[in-house]
Design a protein around this ligand. Structure first.
Ligand SMILES: Cc1cc2nc3c(=O)[nH]c(=O)nc-3n(C[C@H](O)[C@H](O)[C@H](O)COP(=O)(O)O)c2cc1C
Length: 192
């Protein structure tokens, strides 16, 4: 087993131009600095179909290659960061779909929710956190909510400097990530 905890970053936004990936990249840097190895799980790249397994995830039966691969990726993690935008006061459908594929793989997995939006993505974070608690993840702290400012966007509603936006929350992100890496490393030792 690796000495450094394996920390997944699930990027919940799948749009071709998005804030989510630069935010995830900033988090990746912080995870490495805190002593974790990063497993970037970008749903735009993984491209899971809408849930297409015949049996419910609690059965543990996975038949589709993409289901098996997704389950193996989550099972190999020691901790996970969910990065979510706020879409119409909720979190993206692609993220719910990715969660719904699995059951046991999520159990007791230390997790942090990072959200962004005009109110820091508070609604998305609240909904996502409720679902993650329901399926048994071990949520750490209050998560990090990253609020937009009007000057973050140009006239076409494109964020002008996503890296600078992510950088504004770097201290809160660092604190959350350091706690997650610490807890994930302890969980790894307990399982070893
Ligand atoms: C379908 C959709 C719905 C949105 N609804 C909200 C919302 O309810 N609250 C909010 O703060 N921002 C909302 N926005 C703006 C997003 O926060 C903003 O576009 C952000 O960049 C989306 O994250 P992404 O770029 O990673 O996809 C919405 C954006 C989209 C595409």
């Amino acid at each position: 087993m690796s000495a450094r905890p394996q920390i997944g970053i699930i990027v919940g936004s799948t749009r071709p131009v998005r804030v989510g990936r630069p935010v995830a990249d900033e988090i990746a840097t912080l995870i490495e600095a805190a002593g974790g190895d990063v497993v970037m799980l970008d749903l735009a790249e993984i491209r899971l179909p809408l849930l297409d397994e015949a049996l419910p995830p609690a059965s543990g039966v996975r038949t589709q290659p993409h289901s098996i691969a997704w389950g193996e990726q989550i099972a190999a993690l020691d901790g996970v960061v969910f990065v979510t935008p706020d879409y119409n006061s909720g979190y993206p459908a692609a993220l719910k779909n990715a969660i719904d594929y699995l059951k046991a793989e999520w159990s007791a997995l230390p997790a942090v929710v990072v959200s962004y939006g005009w109110s820091g993505g508070a609604s998305a974070a609240a909904q996502l956190s409720a679902v993650l608690r329901f399926i048994g993840l071990d949520l750490q702290g209050e998560g990090v909510q990253m609020p937009f400012q009007p000057t973050d966007f140009d006239a076409s509603m494109r964020m002008t400097d996503p890296a600078a936006f992510a950088g504004r929350s770097v201290e809160q992100l660092r604190a959350a990530v350091e706690q997650l890496v610490e807890v994930s490393a302890q969980a790894e030792r307990a399982a070893a």
